[in-house]
Structures are given as structure tokens and as C-alpha cells.
Write a protein that binds this ligand. Structure first.
Ligand code: GLU
Length: 305
């Protein structure tokens, strides 16, 4: 396994010059694009890693899967899917167009920004701080890491420049999708996107999903099996933005990426894979990360299809 990961990094490094960091959030634009790391955790809790596996980076969109699981555990499936749909979109993650052109302003799925902002408005808590701390505790449990917190600089940078996400929030408030104050929901969204993890944390989270919600370390059930199944399905259909179809063909693993350069992938019944590679392709996915996953999936014949 160790050799395989080292080879995967060497192979994928050849492709990172094709990518760029996400400069639309100014603080992310400052990250060194040449970093690339991978970690694997199997269902017995054994770990392997290579490259920049212990560098902290912000989860960005990967946080959307945790927020969705928490909202479903808080409110139930029916309530959540009253506010957000289950269909993939061929539009970019931050697109606003479908909100107005569809029959209802319900966002198409919980993995695009509009859907994730709507989901955040459903998380329970007495105030934004309480909701964020419940979400961070949940992410700490999934990642088996009690030190996880959010990056203040990245949060401030997105808060100062997040005009498009504010537009999505305001539109959905007007349409009756968002519960509560829009600005409070957006503050939760910006802070959750800035939560910092490393590749091992993501591999742990992927392993929990691979084990139908069970901790690979303690055996404790951290998420109900049905919630794990549901989130893995969204990872297949919408986890890699509007490149999810091609990714399913080439890699074939439920995965979620974020513009911080992370990808969490899950191999049902086998293992979780965490990736860090901040040079992004034109869809917003880690350019090197996709190559690592293609390499590992084909060498170990991991595609679920
Ligand atoms: N915070 C980012 C945004 O809302 C997350 C996007 C992403 O990772 O896809 O633009």
C-alpha cells in the first residue's frame, strides 16, 4: 500500500501544473499549489499516507456532507428534502440560474452552494455559535480528531468577498426556502467552509462512510446507516461539481471535493481516502487529487460500478 501511494503521488505530480488555487477567495489564492498528499484509513483503522498528508487546509465544500448529515439527524429526511432537492445539476457549484428558472426556488441538491446554505438554515442550535459548535463536534467525531477548528483568516476572506453566496441566500430567503436570518445562516456557512482538516482527517471520515457509519477505530455507530447511504449517493451524483459524471466513469468512488484542494473518497466496505492538492482544474476539483484517485482506483480495482 505504501509503495502504491508513493507511486500515485509521483504520477499525479505530473498533472498539477494544469491547475490553479482558488483565488476568488483571496486567502486561498496564497496557498502553495505544488503540494500534494494522500492518506488511506481502512475499516480496521490502519493508516497509510504519502506526500503532504499532514498539511492543514480548509474543507470548503467537503463540509457540506457533514452539514447535510447533521441536518438530517436533527430534522429528519422528509423535512430536509422539502427544502432542497436530490437532482444533480450540470451548472457550476455557485450558479444562481436554476433558482429562478425552475418551478420552485428549491435548490437542486445539497452539494451546490445554494443547497448547502439552505441545509445550514436547518441545523439546530440556540444561535449561530451553538450551531457551528455542534457541527464542529460532529466533524471532530467523524475525523477522530478533537483539535479541529476553523481558520479565521480564510473565514474573514470569504466573508469579505462572498457576494455571490449572499445573493443565493437572499434569493432563497425571498422565496421562503431559508429559515431564520440570512446573514446568520451565511456566517455559519462561511465558518464551516473554513474548518481545517488534513488528508488523514478526511480518510477517517471516508472510512466511517465506508463502514456504513461505524468508527473504524472504536466500532461505535457515529451516523445511522441510512444517513451514510444517502450521503454516499449524493457524493456519487453531485460530489465532484459538474464533473461528477466523468469522475464516476474514471474513478467510480463516492467522493466530495472542496475548493481548498481536499477530496474525501469512500470505498464501501473497504477504506476511506483523503486527498490534499490545492491546484484546481477548471471545474474546481483538485487536479492532482483526481489523478491520485484514478491511479489508486485502477490499480486496486476499486470502482463501485
Ligand atoms: N466556500 C466556498 C464557496 O462558497 C466553497 C465552494 C467549494 O468548495 O466548492 O464558494
Amino acid at each position: 500500500m505504501q509503495n502504491l501511494l508513493d507511486e500515485a503521488i509521483r504520477y499525479a505530480l505530473l498533472y498539477i501544473h494544469e491547475g490553479k488555487t482558488a483565488s476568488y477567495i483571496p486567502e486561498l489564492g496564497k496557498i502553495d499549489p505544488n503540494q500534494l498528499g494522500v492518506a488511506i484509513v481502512n475499516l480496521e483503522g490502519s493508516q497509510w499516507h504519502s506526500g503532504a498528508y499532514n498539511i492543514a487546509f480548509t474543507m470548503q465544500s467537503i463540509s457540506k456532507i457533514a452539514a447535510l448529515m447533521l441536518a438530517i439527524m436533527d430534522r429528519g429526511e422528509q423535512y430536509v428534502f422539502n427544502k432542497v432537492g436530490m437532482e444533480p445539476t450540470g451548472d457550476p457549484f455557485n450558479s444562481i440560474i436554476k433558482l429562478e428558472t425552475m418551478k420552485t426556488a428549491k435548490p437542486l441538491n445539497p452539494m451546490i452552494n445554494a443547497g448547502a446554505i439552505a441545509v445550514d438554515s436547518l441545523i439546530l442550535g440556540v444561535n449561530t455559535e451553538d450551531k457551528l459548535s455542534r457541527l464542529i463536534s460532529f466533524i471532530r467525531k467523524l475525523c477522530h480528531n478533537d483539535k479541529i477548528w476553523f481558520n479565521e483568516e480564510v473565514y474573514k476572506s470569504e466573508n469579505a468577498t462572498g457576494y455571490r453566496n449572499r445573493a443565493l441566500g437572499n434569493f432563497m430567503k425571498d422565496a421562503g426556502i431559508i429559515e431564520g436570518e440570512v446573514e446568520e445562516v451565511l456566517q455559519l456557512y462561511f465558518k464551516q467552509c473554513a474548518i481545517e482538516v488534513n488528508a488523514i482527517d478526511l480518510a477517517m471520515m471516508g472510512a466511517v462512510l465506508a463502514g456504513d457509519g461505524k468508527s473504524p477505530v472504536t466500532g461505535e455507530l457515529l451516523i445511522p446507516k441510512g444517513v451514510a447511504r444517502l450521503v454516499k449517493t449524493f457524493m456519487v451524483t453531485c460530489g465532484m461539481y459538474d464533473a461528477s459524471g466523468e469522475f464516476a466513469v474514471r474513478v467510480g468512488l463516492p467522493s466530495k471535493s472542496g475548493v481548498g484542494g481536499g477530496i474525501v473518497a469512500t470505498v464501501p466496505g473497504k477504506m476511506g481516502i483523503g486527498i490534499f492538492g490545492p491546484a484546481l482544474d477548471n471545474k474546481g476539483n483538485s487536479a492532482g487529487g483526481i489523478k491520485i484517485l484514478e491511479y489508486i482506483s485502477s490499480k486496486l480495482d476499486l470502482s463501485i460500478f
